[in-house]
Design a protein around this ligand. Structure first.
Ligand SMILES: C[S@@+](CC[C@H](N)C(=O)[O-])C[C@H]1O[C@@H](n2cnc3c(N)ncnc32)[C@H](O)[C@@H]1O
Length: 225
């Protein structure tokens, strides 16, 4: 999946994945991570998710990574935040208060962007990518995270072939294949996601499961340090 695919989706306003009110599973399961107040959360492939505002409101610093400049502009303007902008290599880093978004390609992100991360919030990031890119995503994430950094992952599955992704149905077996070498994987919740995903229902998905995982790196895991 080429970067232009996403850039053009944002330009055409095809952002059915965006949740105006944020994701209810975040509020429900975030405490399971047991993070220290004030710790930093990394939100890969963040879009213009208002969950970043909610995390900041809880006292976290937030680092987002997003390809589309339009998504980043929309995020700050729609939340009435004035961002300072600086260049770091190929990235444009937009910062307002406790929220910074690194605008550019996640796969090129330097460790300096995420070195303070104490947790990751992945909603619709892993599942935005086809299987071959999911492998690269998991490897890149490992390389970006300080040792011990847990991941809250909101994933989904639907019957094979029901639609063409994104989103890409991502089963427990796939999550295991991607992360079990380095992480202990726990399912926190599994629920019917069809009623809260009208766009996917319209596209022809007749069965949809939303699954929330916590992925905790094992002490011997090959993370950044
Ligand atoms: C399905 S959306 C999810 C956005 C957000 N997590 C949310 O919950 O609304 C996936 C996002 O990833 C971004 N994206 C895709 N590939 C990317 C890449 N290589 N680097 C950074 N962002 C990327 C897209 O522009 C899009 O905003």
């Amino acid at each position: 999946m080429e970067p232009d695919f996403w850039i053009e989706r944002w330009q055409r306003g095809e952002t059915g994945f965006h949740q105006e009110a944020g994701n209810d599973l975040l509020a429900k399961h975030w405490p399971a991570l047991g993070l220290a107040p004030g710790s930093t959360v990394f939100v890969p492939l963040c879009g213009k998710s208002v969950d970043m505002v909610r995390l900041a409101a809880q006292g976290h610093s937030v680092i987002g990574a997003e390809l589309s400049p339009l998504a980043v502009q929309d995020f700050f303007s729609e939340n009435a935040l004035h961002a300072e902008i600086r260049k770091v290599g190929s990235f444009t880093v937009h910062t307002a208060g406790a929220i910074s978004i690194w605008c550019g390609d996640f796969f090129a992100l330097p460790f300096e962007a995420t070195q303070d991360a104490a947790a990751v919030y992945d909603r619709a990031a892993l599942i935005a990518l086809p299987a071959d890119m999911q492998v690269k995503y998991a490897d890149k994430l490992r390389s970006l995270l300080p040792a011990g950094t847990p991941i809250l992952l909101v994933s989904l599955t639907y019957p094979h072939g029901a639609i063409e992704g994104p989103p890409f149905a991502t089963s427990r077996d796939q999550v295991d294949a991607l992360f079990s070498a380095t992480h202990d994987i726990t399912i926190l919740e599994e629920r019917d996601g069809l009623e809260t995903s009208p766009v996917l229902k319209q596209r022809g998905v007749s069965q949809l499961d939303e699954v929330v995982y916590v992925l905790r790196p094992r002490a011997d895991a090959g993370m950044h340090d």
